[in-house]
Design a protein around this ligand. Sequence first.
Ligand code: ADP
Ligand code: MG
Length: 238
Amino acid sequence: MTALKLEKINKSFGQVHVLKDIDLEVTEGEFIVFVGPSGCGKSTLLRVIAGLEDATSGTISIGGRDVTATPPAKRGIAMVFQSYALYPHLDVTGNMALGLKQAGETKATIEERIAMAAKMLSLEDYLKRRPAELSGGQRQRVAIGRAIVRKPELFLFDEPLSNLDAALRMATRVEIARLHRELGASMIYVTHDQTEAMTLADRIVVLRDGRVEQVGSPMQLYNDPDNQFVAGFLGAPS
Ligand code: ADP
Ligand code: MG
C-alpha cells in the first residue's frame, strides 16, 4: 500500500521557485529521511505535505486519497517541529489533549491515548508540568507524544533533535526508531545529521536546490552515490 504519493510538486514563493517537480512514493510503514543543504526546500516540502503550505502545482495523495485540497487537520498527518511548538500555559496533558479535543474525540479516548503516549515516552511522572518545568529532551518527547496521540497514518519530523545535546540526541533517536517499529506508521524525517539518516532510514531522499537528486537505501547511497554531491552528504569515501 502506498502511504504517500507526490506527483510533480512545485512550490513558488512569489518569484522564488523553491520545489521543482518533486515525485515521491512512500510505502506504508516506511521510514524516509530527507537530507540536503540548508535552504534546499526540506521544510517547505514537509509543510506542503502537511498542508501548511499549498503547492503551486502537483498532487498529493495519502493512503490512496487525494488530499491536495484537504485542510491539514484532515490529512491524517502529525508534524513534530525542531522548536517543539508547545503551548506554555498548558501542562503536558493539556498539550497532548488539545489536538484531540479540536478533533472532537471523547474524554475517554483522550485519556486513553495520553496514557498510552505517556507510557511509550516515559512521561507518566510529568503530566502535570508545564513546558517551562521540563528539560529540552522532555519537551521534545511531549512534542512527539502530541503527534502519537492523534494516531496519524504519517508522521513528519523537521529536524526534531537538533536542539538537543549529543547524548540526548542519540537516546531520542533510538526512541524514535522504537516508536516506528511499535506504531508501524510511515515517517518522513528531515535531518542534517548523517548518523540519524543512516541509522533511521529505510530510504534516504537527497534534495538539492528544490529537486530530488537521488533516492535509495542508506547502503545504496553510501556505496553507489550518483555523484559527489550525494557522496558528500553521506560521508562516503570519495
Ligand atoms: P530547508 O528546510 O531545506 O533549509 P526551506 O524549505 O526552509 O529550506 O526553504 C527553502 C527556500 O524557500 C529558502 O530559500 C527559503 O528562503 C524559502 N522560503 C521558505 N519559506 C518561505 C516563505 N514563507 N516565504 C518566502 N520564502 C520562503
Ligand atoms: Mg528546514
